[in-house]
Design a protein around this ligand. Structure first.
Ligand code: IMP
Ligand code: MG
Length: 441
């Protein structure tokens, strides 16, 4: 039966959290399959407003199993904080499961994250500083510590002693940092392990059994496709292995690729990016930048600042070249277009339909970063609607110009737009079809 993956089609922060929150009502399992607590989802529902980094956005529906899959790296302190915060606010975490294979962010990872950024000079990525990148380096370098390692005291002490000896050489010799002490880490991480123990499970077996029983499983992507290590705007990408694109969903949770039947691509009605790297449609000053960054045109509380780092996001026009590239990259079958309300105060709206590079028209991601930095976006200009849309619940409630805008994006992507969000609240959305293409009245 169906496995659905929900991915971000841009540079992250497309509003995946709220899309997952919506679709999770039809699923019995909701799982994170990649990345770490570098990710941030904002969800607003009857319990209030939440910023989640690790716990799947399905946690608000009490009867659903929420899995943190083998492809995730997690900072135990952050995860336990998140669990405590949810519990305190009346959201049960009883059905949360954490993979034994998930990798653990250790105290040296954030130190190395920051030191790397410093040493890289002009090559700095603008990371979230959470240690996620270095934890993935260690996973690939086969010196990572996994959740299972924390479950066995003797084994953990042995592994930590050996790893720390090596890491201290790296910290002092390579990065000029102070060495870390064994005992406090040992104590702290064993304590984390004990607190996590009730949640630790064989998530691979769980999800495979659920798949076999024909339950509907939702895989929740983190970050956006353009931040993908292999197919994104390298090196200005995140380090997740497996990929943050839909294909990574199978690996990151332990299913075969043939299980995945649908892919929902979440796209913001414009474009944002945090961190460094080229962004051809970026708007760097003026009224339109203010408008988009501060969310002035739309529903309250939609300003563009990072959930994880608080950094102001770079904003720009919808980039149809990149959007089409990621729709194909992920095999997107259904689009969720978010934050349409944020465009409401603009007289006219630009959409990038191609790039110009050395006098030629280009329709896909340029092969090198240097090329990508010097393309000129070719814009199409569409009329704005200058009207509040936050109360629209059906396509027919939208002004003609807004519908025209949605249709244009649909044409560019070659995939139907089945969901449009017009505000951050759960009910502020227009859903025309469910992810299987069934019409929702
Ligand atoms: P890292 O994942 O912390 O190593 O950061 C690598 C790049 O990905 C930086 O440009 C970050 O700003 C960006 N990034 C990481 N996580 C997110 C996210 O959840 N949303 C948007 N950008 C992100
Ligand atoms: Mg985010």
């Amino acid at each position: 039966m169906p496995v659905v993956v929900i991915i971000g089609g841009q540079w992250g922060d497309e509003g995946k959290g709220r899309v997952v929150d919506f679709h999770s009502q039809y699923c019995s399992v909701i799982a994170r399959y990649s990345a770490g607590n570098n990710a941030g989802h904002t969800i607003i529902n009857e319990h209030g407003k939440f910023g989640l980094h690790l716990v799947p956005a399905g946690i608000f529906r009490a009867d659903k199993a929420c899995l943190i899959g083998n492809g995730v790296v997690l900072d135990p302190a952050k995860l336990l904080e998140e669990i405590a915060m949810l519990t305190e606010r009346g959201v049960s975490t009883a059905r949360l499961m954490i993979s034994q294979h998930a990798h653990v962010i250790m105290p040296w990872h954030p130190i190395i994250d920051r030191a790397e950024e410093r040493l890289k000079g002009e090559l700095a990525i603008g990371t979230t500083g959470t240690g996620t990148g270095p934890a993935f380096h260690d996973k690939v370098g086969r010196v990572g510590i996994r959740v299972a390692d924390l479950m066995d005291r003797e084994h953990f002490e042995w592994k930590l002693r050996n790893t720390l000896e090596y890491k201290n050489r790296v910290l002092t010799g390579l990065y000029g940092e102070e060495p870390l002490e064994f005992e406090p880490i040992r104590r702290q991480y064993l304590e984390y392990g004990e607190k996590m123990r009730p949640y630790v499970a064989d998530t691979i077996a769980y999800v495979q059994d659920a798949d076999e029983r024909g339950e509907m499983i939702l895989l929740e992507g983190a970050q956006g496709s353009l931040l993908d290590l292999d197919t994104g705007t390298y090196p200005y990408v995140t380090s997740s292995v497996p990929a943050s694109v839909a294909a990574g969903g199978a690996i990151g949770i332990g299913l075969g690729p043939t299980s995945i039947q649908r892919v929902v691509g979440v796209y913001k009605s414009y474009q944002t990016r945090v961190g460094n790297g080229p962004m051809p449609t970026e708007i760097t000053s003026g009224f339109e930048m203010e408008m988009l960054r501060e969310g002035l045109g739309g529903a309250a509380g939609t300003a563009e600042y990072g959930v994880t780092t608080g950094r102001a996001r770079r904003v720009g026009w919808f980039d149809g070249v990149l959007a089409r590239y990621t729709a194909r990259l992920n095999g997107v079958t259904s689009v969720a277009l978010t934050r349409l309300d944020s465009l409401s105060a603009l007289d006219s709206i630009k959409v990038c339909v191609a790039y110009e590079l050395d006098g030629e028209r280009v329709h896909t991601l340029p092969p090198t970063l240097a090329d990508m930095s010097r393309v000129t976006p070719i814009f199409e200009e569409l009329p704005g609607w200058n009207q509040d849309v936050t109360e629209a619940r059906h396509l027919g409630d939208l002004p003609t110009q807004a519908r025209q805008y949605v249709r244009r994006i649909e044409q560019i992507l070659g995939v139907p737009v089945d969901m449009i969000s017009v505000g951050p609240e759960r009910h502020q959305a227009i859903v025309t079809r469910d992810v299987f293409g069934a019409v929702i009245p």
